[in-house]
Design a binder for this molecule. Structure first.
Ligand code: FES
Length: 267
């Protein structure tokens, strides 16, 4: 999962240093104590858990991916000083707090069904057949409390119990498959895998087809953009930079449908 290299525990004022892609520490940045898997480290208070662990000498082999809150590789559980509650977060998004006591859970074993999406029926019954443990849910809501993305996990499980695949797909849209819901489930459900199947069925069979997308794919296949791509791939760096800087940009917060570029040749 992760290797510990060297601990840099210190309370001395720090020099500016880079600890990764975005963490440039100001001179004299304040350090705070945190506990990683029971061991104390002093880390700059401005860092995320992931950066703080790297600062402390950990090297991520597993448990880190996108570093942007999308891939679900860095689920972390922690307790705060004087607080009995268990807290959940993504290491790449959650900023350290003094005396937080944390552990990473980069993988949590959960039953995952095997199916052929080309032949499966887009019904709740098909989901029940693959995941009969769905009905072991006791509606305790621990899953929702554990979700670092604020997904209403119990609500989508309840929607599925009521046979509503579309609602389950929509409610689970922000799931990043970190597995923290399953780690807390009294009924031992693999909620995130169940929801993924609901979304796959919804996307393939239930959601209306996007006609404009089909039209654009047909245009690409017919070669409408070939010349533009050829031109771009043969341009020099300066030309590309100029093109990029002078590109037409949609104004921020423009209401939908109110803006069109002047150059419409590729629309
Ligand atoms: S590293 Fe991808 S969500 Fe944190």
């Amino acid at each position: 999962m992760i290797n510990e290299r060297t601990c840099q525990c210190t309370t001395e004022p720090m020099q500016p240093m880079a600890t990764g892609d975005r963490a440039i520490l100001p001179k004299g940045a304040k350090t705070i104590p945190i506990y990683v898997m029971g061991k104390k480290y002093d880390v700059p208070e401005t860092l995320t858990i992931m950066k703080a662990m790297e600062y402390a000498g950990f090297k991520f082999i597993r448990g880190a991916g996108c570093r942007g809150g999308i891939c679900g590789a860095c689920p972390t559980v922690y307790r705060k000083e004087g607080d009995y509650k268990l807290h959940f977060g993504l290491a790449c998004q959650t900023v350290v707090e003094p005396n937080m006591y944390l552990a990473q859970i980069p993988f949590y074993p959960a039953n995952r069904a095997t199916y052929d999406i080309e032949t499966i029926e887009p019904t709740a019954e098909a989901i029940y057949a693959l995941y009969p443990e769905l009905f072991r849910c006791v509606a305790c809501n621990n899953c929702t409390k554990a979700c670092p993305m604020g997904v209403q996990v119990l609500d989508y499980i309840s929607a599925l119990k009521q046979g509503d695949v579309a609602k389950a797909a929509q409610l689970s849209f922000d799931c990043i498959q970190c597995g923290l819901c399953a780690s807390r489930c009294m009924g031992e459900l693999p909620q995130y895998h169940i929801a993924q199947l609901a979304r796959r069925l919804y996307g393939k069979y239930i959601q209306p087809r996007a006609e404009h997308l089909q039209k654009r794919v047909a245009e690409i296949e017919a070669g409408k953009y070939d010349k533009m791509l050829d031109d771009l791939t043969t341009m020099g760096k300066d030309q590309l930079e100029k093109l990029y800087k002078e590109r037409e940009r949609e104004p921020d917060m423009a209401p939908p449908g109110t803006w069109m570029p002047k150059d419409t040749q590729y629309l």
